[in-house]
Design a protein around this ligand. Sequence first.
Ligand code: AMP
Length: 194
Amino acid sequence: MKTLCVYCGSNPGLRPEYGRAAAALAREFLKQGFDLVYGGAGVGIMGIIADTMLAGGGRVIGVMPQALVDKEVSHPGLTELKIVGSMHERKALMAKLSDGFIALPGGLGTLEELLEVLTWTQLGFHRKPCGLLNVLGYYDHLKSFLDLATAEGFIMEAHRPMLIVERDPEQLIQKFMTYEAPRVSKWADRKNPL
Ligand code: AMP
């Protein structure tokens, strides 16, 4: 693993712990020599993780659609800013450039990006690890929802471990190192309750 993608809020959130966790994750990347791929903004949690990486001499690649660059939300000091045509191209390029994916606390954009990349795991389109940094239990309700969806037969048991959840950045990355993608089931294996 060389490059990790982080999805996170373009807002800072109300508690300082969210920003501190982003900085702690960046320091772990610096310690382990990982490059950061992210959405390219200079605001919110996104800005904090990029700033901490850059201040420590790390490489940060932002991927942003032209429309957002035009609104001047891009971070001015990135190692590289890749400009793409649409949000769809952005997500595809972020995924292609990265060896794994981590979500820090964030809102709709963060959830959308995380769930899309997890759907790609489920379909066997990639075998890269996906994790949540569960700062202050921010993602406890999402975890419970995924457990419910599994219990109700909408997520396969074999697919449930595809999302790694940890509160500590070092432990999360440790689990990435030993991650094995779940077996992709054939449609024919699926049980029909009728
Ligand atoms: P949100 O969680 O809704 O704040 O959205 C953040 C996620 O969506 C990030 O990981 C970005 O890739 C993308 N995103 C949403 N809004 C912006 C923005 N204003 N600038 C850059 N990226 C954004």
